[in-house]
Design a protein around this ligand. Sequence first.
Ligand SMILES: CC(=O)SCCNC(=O)CCNC(=O)[C@H](O)C(C)(C)COP(=O)(O)OP(=O)(O)OC[C@H]1O[C@@H](n2cnc3c(N)ncnc32)[C@H](O)[C@@H]1OP(=O)(O)O
Ligand SMILES: CC(C)C(=O)C(=O)O
Length: 555
Amino acid sequence: MQKPPISKYRPYPVIDLPDRQWPSRTIDKAPTWCSVDLRDGNQALAIPMNVEEKVELFKVLVGIGFKEIEVGFPSASETEFAFLRRLVSDNLIPDDVTIQVLVQCREHLIRRTFESLEGVKRAIVHIYNSTNPLQRRVVFGSSKEEIRDIAVAGAKLVKELVPTLPDTEIVLQYSPESYSDTELEFSLECCEAVCDVWEPTPEKKMILNLPATVELFTPNVHADQIEWFCRNISRRDSVVISLHTHNDRGTGVAATELGLMAGADRVEGTLFGNGERTGNLDIVIVALNMYTQGLDPQLDFSNLNDVREVYERVTKMDVHPRSPYGGDLVFTAFSGSHQDAIKKGFAQMPEEEGALWQVPYMTIDPKDLGRNYRAIIRINSQSGKGGVAYIMEKEYGFNMPKEMHKELGKVVNAMADQTGDEITPEGVYECFQNEYIKVREPLDVIEWRSERLNDETVEGWAVVRHNGEEKNLRGVGNGPIAAFVDAVAGIGYSDFELLSYSEHSLSKGARSEAVSYIELKGPTGAKCFGAGIDTNISLASIRGVVSALNRLVKA
Ligand SMILES: CC(=O)SCCNC(=O)CCNC(=O)[C@H](O)C(C)(C)COP(=O)(O)OP(=O)(O)OC[C@H]1O[C@@H](n2cnc3c(N)ncnc32)[C@H](O)[C@@H]1OP(=O)(O)O
Ligand SMILES: CC(C)C(=O)C(=O)O
């Protein structure tokens, strides 16, 4: 990098709009969305989609609810042309969906584009030319007037060709490409000139698309540019103002949102932000951002995983694990305090459908996107007891007493620390099994039988293995646990106190089993839990006592 003074780059000029209105506006309705996945997204792929892949993605876009879909650049290649013909021949364009085609302002390309539209009911013909000073100089070697005339010639030719498709309603869209980098007055001049040719009316509008072809500055400048244009275009009621942002500075979403506040009506973008360089605007994000504000985005992402599966397969692009809403890790907490808060948030969410979503760290209910809760909490050495308890509960159905969370949390944390790895839910369960269930030394219970003698007394008989030796024991108490405690006193386990006991059935798993949790206090004052599982509830509690005794001995 150049050391200061930096001469290689310069700041972009700010816009003089002291009475700008957009900062105090909010977004209160969904814009008209236009997917450009099949065009801008496609043109940025190393291996562009073939016809079958485009058909598959087109159907997904229709399913999401896009009413405007840029299907390609039909004059660019046989594949692009064939795809549009396929949409027509297989009658794949629903009546309420308008397809859009892009073309440069060049005669042979515009004519070819019209050929591709035969049989389409309604189409947006999108013409563009670069208008910014750099491209005027290095690409076109043309004056402003000559650049404006390219656009005018393109618009005239489109108008002239409209009668060749009498059954097709044609809407004109014009993009002063690189609007973001063009003098505002000059972009306006080109757009006004195209409007003069097309003569839009409030009943028959045309679309003026103002692309941030390359994102060059902060989103507020983009908003200023859009507000300035909306205020200055002469036929505001006859034109739809459209945004088309890219993401070179990583703020395409913000630029679009501020652009909507600045008065735009329409948004072009792609799923997961696929597109040239750093990508186009990610429509999933903007739409779901609206949804999280209680606004109907008019796009349905209730099966985001399915959308993503098709997207990744046909584009051969990956959705980044941290991509908002769609990424693998966006609903996952590894760290203890996040897990604790999420677990508590879930526990306190009212059950009724439509209850206000209030789970800490989660802006949206993953279920609204068809995503499950499985990966919300994942365990590594940054995790805490709450996360471990959550896994035990959600994955395996164990509602451990709160005081026990600490114990198991410590064991799992030590394992994660030692391995340096993530501990899968299976790993957490294995820890639980090893720590509580498979502890059969020095004491193990082989058989247990009890009988209630009267209201106050239960008698119990146990066959136990103690330090490898089998023993028959007998005890009495006011319940089975007390009888067992009395029985094991005979082999030296007398100096402990039963602090708590709880049990529940295990709904998950093939057999219907019960689990008991027993907390004991040993002679040194040390406390520890035990857990027992059995199909017989009474035996489950005895196993819980044995588990706690063995752990107390070990401690
Ligand atoms: C910002 C965007 O995303 S714009 C969309 C970009 N998408 C694509 O380019 C994908 C599809 N494009 C293609 O397949 C090809 O580029 C085609 C078929 C459109 C044109 O192919 P070719 O004519 O062989 O080549 P190429 O694109 O290099 O043409 C460049 C010429 O077009 C001119 N040109 C470029 N854009 C435009 C435009 N919008 N309007 C008029 N002329 C243009 C250039 O000035 C250049 O002119 P020159 O030959 O006099 O120097
Ligand atoms: C053709 C235009 C709209 C474009 O893709 C861009 O400027 O990025």
